[in-house]
Design a protein around this ligand. Structure first.
Ligand SMILES: [Zn+2]
Length: 411
């Protein structure tokens, strides 16, 4: 048993941090005691003196691309790696997310059909460091001449409802929990594409039916208003971007707020604006598009939040200019652009993180009975949300009751 004493507890519920202590027994939080109310027994426990540091739930990345190659440890120009390198690099990215306080990751697509299922099995069996993972297969876009994603080339998708159902069955059979569709295109890669629907109503209806039969969740890349609506109509659980949501789309999202999560995916947008590429790379089109997207998101975010729609941090990290490991930047962007307080951004990355992982009753809060995924943070992230971007401030990282990073002995 491990006892954290002299800590300030941010429990993920949304209340400000309070002084107290937390007892971990095996892989769960056994007790939380507020200072002055009760003191927990010291019998048979290893005591960690937090010296006023903040103890909080581990973070969830809601738009994870562990197989996107670039990380804070390794710059990869472009998206392609030889297969063996891709596998090992993906495993390395899983460790990098955990190093940066992300104990959970909800996949937004992989560069290999069964890559994340294999990775999850390795992590869950205790053989490799990495976050809890909701694994996905390859993102699906319809057959076309210039696929947006390198991943689109990997498999023959075919057109029409039957082909879609076949794709979902195949993903489910290989162990995917999430299947992602590009409901509309991506203007950052192809001008105007964000407003284009890539599937017919019949195809997405078939996706909804098959997903329910196969017991998998659907995720949609959706900038266009009609793409958002189509996703909602057919039971998509997570919608990324939602940039051009109109009144009707906002109403539909609000109506289904108990079943739907929205990932604005700000990290990639901000990174595009901030990027200073070498002279031979022209990002001017991407930068113009990012400026437009951010303008819309800054208006939309506060509206969706006020309507009670769950917005989660997670920002398409893994591109050369937006590497894996910078994931905590998204929390700052929620505060900077969407009108979130630091506490609201932290709740979105913790308590709501537990919800998107499908583990609302046992993940994402510091609460008796919950899984012990915990961060000990030097300072108070509810005062300064940027602290979480500095892994040096993460004094300890615990996942499932085990230290990934044990607290250093301090004198
Ligand atoms: Zn993505």
């Amino acid at each position: 048993m491990i006892l954290f004493e002299n800590t300030r507890i941010f429990d993920g519920s949304g209340t400000p941090p309070f002084p107290g202590e937390v007892l971990v027994e095996e892989n769960r939080i056994a007790a939380v005691a507020r200072a002055g109310e009760a003191s927990l027994s010291r019998e048979n426990v290893t005591v960690v003196d937090a010296r006023g540091a903040t103890l909080m739930p581990g973070l969830t990345e809601a738009h994870a691309h562990l197989s996107w190659p670039s990380s804070v440890e390794r710059f990869v120009p472009g998206m392609e790696l030889p297969p063996e390198d891709l596998l090992l690099n993906t495993a390395r990215n899983a460790r990098i997310l955990l190093d940066h306080g992300f104990t959970s990751a909800y996949s937004a697509g992989a560069l290999g059909k069964t890559l994340e299922m294999s990775l999850k099995a390795q992590i869950d069996s205790g053989g490799m460091p990495g976050p809890r993972l909701i694994p996905s297969s390859i993102e699906r876009e319809p057959p076309n001449e210039s696929a947006y994603l390198a991943s689109g080339k990997v498999t023959e998708h075919g057109k029409g409802p039957e082909a879609i159902r076949g794709f979902i069955k195949e993903c489910a059979a290989s162990g995917a929990k999430v299947v992602k569709f590009l409901l509309s295109g991506e203007s950052a890669l192809k001008p105007g594409a964000s407003q284009q629907l890539l599937y017919s109503e019949e195809e997405i209806r078939a996706a909804g039916i098959q997903a329910r039969e196969s017991n998998v969740w659907l995720t949609g890349h959706a900038h266009a208003a009609e793409a958002i609506k189509m996703g909602i109509r057919h039971g998509f659980r997570v919608l990324y971007h939602c940039t051009y949501a109109d009144e009707e789309a906002i109403d539909m999202l609000a109506e289904r707020k108990a079943d739907i999560f929205v990932g604005p995916t700000l990290g990639i947008v901000q990174a595009t604006l901030d990027a200073r590429p070498p002279p031979h790379i022209d990002m001017s089109h991407m930068k113009n598009d990012a400026a437009t997207v951010l303008e819309h998101q800054r208006k939309l975010g506060p509206v969706l939040k006020a309507r009670g729609v769950r917005l989660l941090p997670g920002g398409d990290y893994g591109f050369p200019f937006n590497p894996n490991g910078r994931n905590a930047c998204d929390l700052e962007l929620f505060v900077r652009h969407l009108g979130f307080t630091p506490i609201e951004a932290l709740v979105a990355a913790t308590r709501l993180g537990g919800q998107i992982m499908g583990m609302a009753e046992e993940l994402g809060q510091v609460k008796a009975g919950f899984l012990a995924d915990l961060l000990l943070v030097e300072g108070d992230p509810t005062e300064d949300i940027t602290l979480l971007q500095n892994r040096g401030k993460l004094l300890a990282i615990m996942k499932d009751g085990k230290f990934h990073k044990p607290p250093a002995a301090r004198h």
